[in-house]
Design a protein around this ligand. Structure first.
Ligand code: GTP
Ligand code: MG
Length: 242
């Protein structure tokens, strides 16, 4: 059980169906339980594409994506989603109550577990402020809540599933710096034993990551901790200074 949640990408090359050239080339890295791996790089570098391969949104042509040593191509999606929760870059809410949206994928969670998840995701206050609380209505696409509230509800939804692996795709960008910091401090305590892979735009979101992968044009051009990359990676320095 101690091994659950090990993610390994081994020489992964990936092209979208029908596309001529790959968007990811020769990607290799490992993320273990208790670790945070951050991915940074300019828009279009391939960060979302990279994350999407773990829950098997696409199948790869070359290399392997492994979850606890098993190629994800040998696992069915339901089995993967039991262990892996992805908070997508465009968080999706559907028409229904807040409770429906949070329980999505895990119906047996108690109300207390929903509130706990909301508290960690810094969404407790705005849900409590609603007259109907967890029973407040969400419009299709979440158009009646703000972008930051949408993100926090989708983070809470991921927490409710208690996954071994969390994938955060730019999940903190709509939050102000203070909320971002509070949320990540709370997340860090909750996900201490989980594997966390996080795509970020803001450098402050990832400075404490165990490993940062610098993605450029579908390739990992540099990797290391924040301090190491400041010394060794011109691409990273550019991102920090921008
Ligand atoms: P940002 O989210 O803007 O920071 O970019 P990203 O690093 O997440 O890039 P992403 O992985 O979304 O895209 C990498 C490349 O794949 C880009 O050239 C996209 O145009 C292309 N791409 C993304 N999604 C699709 C898709 O569904 N089909 C095809 N054919 N190409 C795609
Ligand atoms: Mg993206």
């Amino acid at each position: 059980a101690a091994l659950e949640g090990v993610v390994e990408y081994r020489n992964v090359t990936f092209a979208y169906p029908g596309a001529e050239s790959p968007v990811l080339s020769n990607i290799s890295f490992t993320a273990r339980p208790g670790e945070t791996v951050a991915i940074i790089g300019s828009t279009g570098a391939g960060k979302t594409s990279l994350l999407s391969l773990l829950p098997r949104l696409y199948d790869i042509a070359e290399g392997e994506v492994l979850l606890d040593g098993v190629p994800v191509s040998d696992l069915d999606r339901a089995e993967i989603t039991k262990r892996v929760a992805m908070v997508p870059q465009r968080p999706y809410l559907f028409s229904g109550t807040i409770e429906h949206n949070l329980r999505f994928g895990k119906t047996e969670a108690t109300d207390q577990e929903l509130w706990d998840a909301l508290q960690i995701a810094q969404g407790e206050d705005f849900v409590r402020a609603k007259k109907n609380g967890l029973n407040a209505r969400i419009a299709q696409g979440g158009t009646n809540v703000s972008g930051g509230q949408r993100q926090r509800l989708c983070i809470a939804r991921a927490l409710v599933t208690r996954p071994k692996v969390y994938l955060f795709d730019d999940s903190f960008s709509a939050l102000d710096v203070a909320t971002d910091a509070r949320l990540r401090a709370a997340l860090k305590r909750t996900t201490a034993d989980a594997t966390v892979i996080i795509v970020a735009q803001r450098i402050t979101t990832i400075t404490d990551a165990d490993q940062i992968l610098v993605l450029d044009n579908g390739r990992i051009v540099d990797r290391g901790t924040h301090e190491e990359l400041l010394e060794t990676s011109p691409t990273y320095q550019e991102i920090v200074e921008s």
